[in-house]
Design a protein around this ligand. Structure first.
Ligand code: NAP
Length: 428
């Protein structure tokens, strides 16, 4: 285990003091601490001590971390001073039967929202008692869409047609940059003289945003070098990708994994676990998730709280937190069936997840992935990321089911009083 260096430890204490002094007085810029001390852990300590001096605060909790900044600077963070800690809970066992996931899982959830883990846990109980959730990845592709300028709409159309006629060469250029990235398709969009080419890739077990960007950069280089007409790149990301913004293009065309999960819960399980009837849950779903969301004109938010579950799993497993924006779009569908059972499904069109790259290599996040049996590359490549997507979809299903049931039983405020404001603890 590597700890943050302490004063007088394995580096020059006098030099550390000088650097802290230089940082606090503004004579040295924060990003220069690494070069001055020759070590990222020492630099993190120096920046933290300088901030403590400048603002008269203690940052000792932030400084207490197992992260070895020698491993993460240059990959995951710049100017580190320590780490924040978020409580981690588990919901489970949750039975999942997918094409990649199969078994009972304890799902790691990082959150500070009291009642969230308990809520998912109760949903997981009902789903597992009912035999589990079935899950399936329907579509898989990470998108990057550069925007091009051309002089006219005729020239813009010519560019699109030329690229579509040269897909073999464009693919070769893109795929030369990666062992795992495969260009699946190029989706063209045009507005007047402007062109967007939405490159969609299979990215193995990586979420794939760097991979897709690097591959697209090479594809664009090929296009601009060989296209006989007039065109220039405006930006490698033209917002039709769409990364970290709510958008209909991701909702309809998908981005990352389009994944769906379903469960059929017998009436007696619904009544035992939730103390309501299937028809009560169905009606809440219609009134809230469907009509309520329509009246609110929500973009892809026809659900109760998918973002809660997606954010908690993302934080626990090292996903890119800003992608919660599009990854938590989704639909929840409920039927009270004639045989008395409750059918529920969730569909997430744009779940962007990986098990290699980005924050998945950090030590606690990697352990959380290992708990689900998906740390690192899968066999075949891509299997781990799809398995993670299936588990997340099943967890979302459990969370949606429980919240709808809690609303049907009018239990929500009580649960949050007990578990979000500590009243359950005080009662003990
Ligand atoms: P990455 O770590 O940049 O790339 C994945 C790496 O893992 C590649 O070098 C790949 O090699 C390798 N790899 C090894 N085994 C693999 C396997 N089984 N499947 C897939 N790849 C495997 O990760 P990324 O997912 O492309 O990018 C994620 C990062 O991008 C995150 O940190 C995120 O915050 C950031 N991000 C970037 C942008 C952007 O515009 N660039 C936007 C949003 C987020 P090969 O390439 O040779 O296959």
């Amino acid at each position: 285990m590597v700890l943050m260096p302490r004063e007088g430890d394995w580096f020059d204490e006098g030099r550390l003091r000088e650097v802290v002094e230089a940082l606090a007085s503004g004579r040295m810029r924060f990003h220069e601490a690494e070069r001055a001390l020759g070590n990222s852990n020492a630099a993190a300590l120096a920046r933290r001590l300088a901030l403590e001096r400048m603002y008269g605060v203690s940052l000792s909790s932030i400084g207490s971390t197992i992260i070895d900044f020698e491993e993460v600077v240059g990959r995951n963070i710049e100017n580190p001073i320590g780490a924040v800690q978020v409580p981690l809970g588990v919901a489970g066992p949750l039975r999942v039967e997918g094409d990649y996931a199969s078994g009972d899982y304890y799902v790691p959830l990082a959150t500070s929202e009291g009642a969230l883990v308990a809520s998912i846990n109760r949903g997981a109980k009902a789903v597992t008692m009912a035999g589990g959730a079935r899950a399936k990845v329907l579509r898989d592709g990470m998108a990057r869409a550069p925007v091009f300028w051309t002089p006219s709409l005729v020239e813009a159309r010519r560019l699109v047609e030329w690229v579509m006629s040269r897909l073999g060469e464009v693919r070769e250029a893109a795929e030369a940059t990666t062992r795992h990235g495969r260009l699946v398709e190029v989706q063209p969009f045009q507005a007047g003289n402007m062109v967007w080419l939405r490159f969609v890739y299979h990215t193995g077990d990586a979420m794939g945003m760097n991979m897709a960007t690097i591959a697209t950069d090479a594809a664009v280089e090929y296009i601009l070098a060989h296209y006989p007409g007039e065109a220039r790149l405006v930006a490698i990301s033209g917002n039709l990708c769409t990364d970290k913004k709510p958008s209909a293009v991701n909702l309809i065309c998908g981005r990352g994994k389009t994944v769906t999960a379903e469960a059929s819960i017998p009436a007696d399980v619904v009544r035992d676990v939730f103390r309501v009837d299937p028809a009560d849950i169905e009606f809440v779903n219609r009134a809230k998730n469907l009509l309520g969301s329509a009246v609110a004109a929500t973009l892809g938010g026809f659900n109760a709280h998918i973002a809660n579950i997606v954010a908690a799993v993302f934080l626990a497993t090292g996903q890119d937190m800003a992608q919660v924006v599009e990854s938590s779009m989704g639909y929840t569908w409920v039927e009270a069936r004639k045989d008395g059972s409750l059918y529920i499904s969730v569909t997430l069109p744009s779940l962007e997840v990986g098990t290699v790259g980005g924050g998945t290599r950090l030590p606690t996040q990697r352990e959380a992935l290992a708990l689900l049996g998906v740390a690192g590359g899968g066999d075949p490549p891509g299997a781990n990321a799809r398995k993670l997507a299936e588990i997340i979809a099943a967890t979302v299903l459990a969370g949606e089911l429980n919240l709808l049931a809690a609303l049907a039983a009018n239990e929500l405020a009580r649960a949050h009083r007990l578990l979000g404001r500590g009243e359950a603890r005080r009662k003990k």
